[in-house]
Design a protein around this ligand. Structure first.
Ligand SMILES: [Zn+2]
Length: 263
């Protein structure tokens, strides 16, 4: 079983416009056309059984349309995470609605949603997500489309994790994008989930392998960030690390399957 814990799609009508815009903003290339069908085709090519689809409400008003759209495309293979914007006045009620609607998790992005991980206004949000047992997948580290402000660095991730030990927190991009020295120094070894998305292309196999084998084996998740990397190519990069089979299986699907089914 292979589960990709970090993918993106857009509504069909939006994809054709959004993909070139995001390619330009980040200086990156999309490996699918950004649609649901594009992701499903990629999964078939790569042998990925299920994908977690991250949505991002870049404005508070996007909560409702994203929730409705995500509820519609959810199926056996696609597991949507909803999104709340921290500036929404009814943010906590929205988290209740996400839980009631049966979603497994929430994606938040400190750059697109203009917050710092350790801001006081985030505390009730983390509390509510944790109380519902929802997974919180956070974009962590820098983001290549934004100035390198420290919104989600390893020290901030640790603060959140220590304050909310019950929170099912996933730090993306192998802990924190482009802050991998700090990941190794202060995040590795802690029981905080990390997905490996959009990271292996930027590290040598030795550096990536070092972080992965220094982290608890049950807290690592395969992710591609599709369409921003190709799912098959990310699996190939993971294979190149020469990890032990048991660890590799946990990363590719075992841990994700446990985490997604733990309500
Ligand atoms: Zn992403």
């Amino acid at each position: 079983m292979i589960i990709d814990f970090h993918t993106h799609i857009f509504p069909d009508k939006v994809a054709a416009e959004a993909i070139p815009k995001l390619e330009k903003a980040g200086g990156i290339t999309a490996h699918t056309n950004g649609t649901r069908q594009g992701l499903l085709d990629s999964m078939t090519r790569a042998g990925v059984d299920k994908s977690v689809v991250c949505t991002i409400a870049t404005r508070p008003e996007q909560f409702e349309p994203i929730l409705n759209w995500a509820a519609k495309f959810a199926d056996e293979r696609l597991i949507p995470f909803a999104s709340v914007h921290p500036a929404a006045p009814d943010c906590l009620d929205q988290i209740d609605r996400i839980k009631k609607a049966g979603f497994k998790g929430i994606k938040m992005h400190p750059y697109y949603q203009d917050f710092y991980l350790d801001e006081p206004r985030l505390i009730p949000i983390y509390e509510r997500i944790s109380a519902h047992g929802l997974i919180l997948l956070l974009h962590t580290g820098f983001d290549l489309a934004f100035p390198q402000t420290r919104r989600a660095d390893p020290a901030r991730i640790v603060q959140v994790a220590e304050r909310f030990p019950e929170l099912k927190l996933v730090a993306s991009h192998l802990g924190a994008w482009r802050l991998w020295d700090e990941v190794r120094d202060i995040l590795c070894g802690r029981e905080i989930y990390m997905d490996i998305s959009f990271a292996l292309d930027f590290l040598s196999p030795a550096e990536a392998g070092n972080i992965i084998t220094s982290h608890p084996a049950d807290f690592l998740l395969f992710g591609s960030d599709s369409p921003w990397t190709d799912q098959r190519a990310t699996i190939d990069l993971l294979n190149r690390l020469g990890l032990e089979t048991e660890l590799q299986d946990k990363i590719l699907g075992g841990n994700a399957s446990r985490l997604l089914n733990d309500d």
